[in-house]
Design a protein around this ligand. Sequence first.
Ligand SMILES: [Zn+2]
Length: 215
Amino acid sequence: MLFINFNLSCNKATFNLGYWFTGYGLIGGGSDIFLNTGILHPSITNCQPPIFASMKQIEHTTHITVYEHNSELTPADATLLQRSRSAMSHSHSPYSHYPVGAALLLNDGTMVEGSNQENASFPLGLCAERTALANFAINHPGKTVDAIAVSVGSEAAAPCGMCRQALLEQESRQENPIRVLLKGSEEHVYEIGSIKELMPLPFYSKNLKKTTPST
Ligand SMILES: [Zn+2]
């Protein structure tokens, strides 16, 4: 017998959000073969996927250091944060009313800034992190980025997915981690050691190897 099992050990129907792919496996005895492609949301309790010997879990860890106040930062980082804060004043954000400032610390100590630039054609808008990256790429070729600071006027916010991908490209090219400093209206500052820590299962240029549809 061949069963396609979507929900073997779950007492609720949960075919929305996320997925949990457990591969193929034999469960039960006799000649029963279950093709297990359970589509379950991992976070739903009472809903455990079947356990197979071939299964494994990969953990992705993000270390976030929380500084209670600017004064705990190195002078260079405190200055970088201040530069990102100042860059907010150059934001063009008449639609979101959400100014964002970013500042990059380069390997020679230079700092370059960026701010979000919105457009009446909304998809054209650029985040502060990517305008800072463009500023860096054009004006400082050959240097590398040691850190990025991002400031907002409300609760501290991490770079959006698109900016994480853009920063990851730079981090990959320079083969050196880019630290991330985040600050909002609160006193505390968040620090993450690299962009990669913000990107589980990252998409790199190496993923673009030529393939055929059958591979
Ligand atoms: Zn962004």
